[in-house]
Design a protein around this ligand. Sequence first.
Ligand SMILES: Cc1ncc(C[n+]2csc(CCOP(=O)(O)OP(=O)(O)O)c2C)c(N)n1
Length: 618
Amino acid sequence: MSILENINSSADIKKLSPSELEALGEELRRFEIESIARTGGHLASNLGTVELTLALHRVYDTAKDRILFDVGHQCYTHKIITGRRDAFHTLRQRGGISGFPKPNEAADDAFIAGHASASISAAIGMARARTLQNADYDVVAVIGDGALTGGLAYEGLCNAAASGEPIVIILNDNNMSISENVGGTARLLQSLRIKPGYINFKKWFRSVSTHTRWVYDFVHRTKERLKAWILPSNVFSDMGLYYLGPVDGHNLEQLENAIRLARELKRPVLLHVLTQKGKGCPYAEAHPDKYHGVGAFDPLTGELAPAGLSFSDRMGEYLCRFAEHDSRIVAITAAMAGGTGTECFAGKFPDRFFDVGIAEGHAVTMAAAMAKQGLLPVFAVYSSFLQRSFDMLIHDVALLKLHVVFCVDRAGLVGSDGETHQGLFDICYLGAVPGMTVLCPASFAELHNMLDYALHSVAGPVAVRYPRGGEGIYTDCNMHAESIIQEGTDLSIVCYGTMINEVLAAAEKLAVQGISAEVIKLGIVFPNEYELCLASLRKTGRLLVAEEVCAAGCIGQRILAACAVKDLPLKAVKLLNLGDGIIPHGTVQELRHDYGIDADEIVRSSAELCGRDLVVET
Ligand SMILES: Cc1ncc(C[n+]2csc(CCOP(=O)(O)OP(=O)(O)O)c2C)c(N)n1
């Protein structure tokens, strides 16, 4: 019988002998590889943290103690051993368990996660709540060296050190972000990694000195002096954190001892743990970047299911073409070169490519300054991560009307990563940035021409927004702010981006039902007076706007406002969008269906707007 079968809580982990614990680690690895091979998910990061997670559950009890996994993509072992083993085959599937920590999925998940560098702030918040409420639980943040490149992590570290609150910050250092980690943080950790093991020395000191108080005090003072003498100071201890490590993150005994010691110190401690991304799986160890986040694959060979050509790939390719003829163009990524398709730019123009780490706010301000000095910066970034930079968009880019190009990737539903990663707010927040032009290509051909337009014909800030994945049946190129894709008389259906595919499919079905829809596609959503839409509405009097964004600030609202300003009466209106924008995981198609923005819902709503019953096909 397997050991894993009987593990459902931290308490179960504590009952295991050291050899059983080792065996459980191996079992978990096999289980995770086989399961992720079917569902897709974050493979390499989870394989690297199996022992760390077991050691944490050895020391803490997540029924009461709060473990905050930064980003949360490495929480699979935690989920499996806290009652979600049998549901693990539903990971990232519609209705199944999430790939990130979710307090509403299980009480063992302390906090929401998905965006990097937030765990220390959350930990200090919980520690302060504990103090004020006189409660008794431990708080631990687990943060990777990649996530430590984010500015928010430093705000957390500084505040944690100043607070004096007992919290343990575990730095899971695998020398990798998604790609190789970059910048000063990477260099700092490199120097700490080669320091001799300090933990054993500390453990020995503690064991000989805890018997008598005065001996302890004397030894503690001497130890602090010795520590200062033996160890070069590091940025963490200089900040006021108690630095421990580095510890072998795959040695269960060492890990457990170090975590216990960190906990006993009852102050803000940073425990530096060295792990290997992809540990125990040859192909993931060899290519941790490729196996960071994967779709389905062959668990024996690691061969990944083929993926079609995406908007990201195309964007990278087109940008390289434009950059060959324009030496002002520079490309920026915040640790997402692979995901945003800018790796090819990095290869071709290494001097003009900047990976700033997980630092979206910094990237935007840096881009603004580059533009101010005459460069043409292009920041390729996922829609949900650009949320981090809202202030910089207004303060650093918009106030000076600087020409920065934002390639806003993963705009719209992203699918299996779920609510933290859906790109549903950018139309709302980009629409609030003064002077921002927002272009929405619906095909690769439009992406090419709109990127060209953004680079060479727009003066101020400009965003080109496109979805995850590739183009659909619509492959035309309509570059206008508004284009009539199909003429009609009964109602006007407005959309932009790849939603055109749902709308055209719906228009075809509506025609069969004898409903004539005029289809208008917006190429530029801001600035736009929506004059063609208004002209169409004067004819049809009925408006349906289908959008893959949250309701607040959506284009439907803008068109309605334009109708009100122009005193244009409407007979019927339907705005199809994603409401408050909190949409869980599932495939994009499932989610479009569940949340009522797919072709079938457009058909149903259109018929309703026209006061017509749908004839059911037999
Ligand atoms: C704000 C933000 N930007 C980008 C990402 C995408 N992202 C997810 S994991 C990751 C790398 C994290 O590296 P690290 O913390 O070292 O964890 P590892 O996967 O190496 O264990 C990145 C860039 C994110 N989740 N949040």
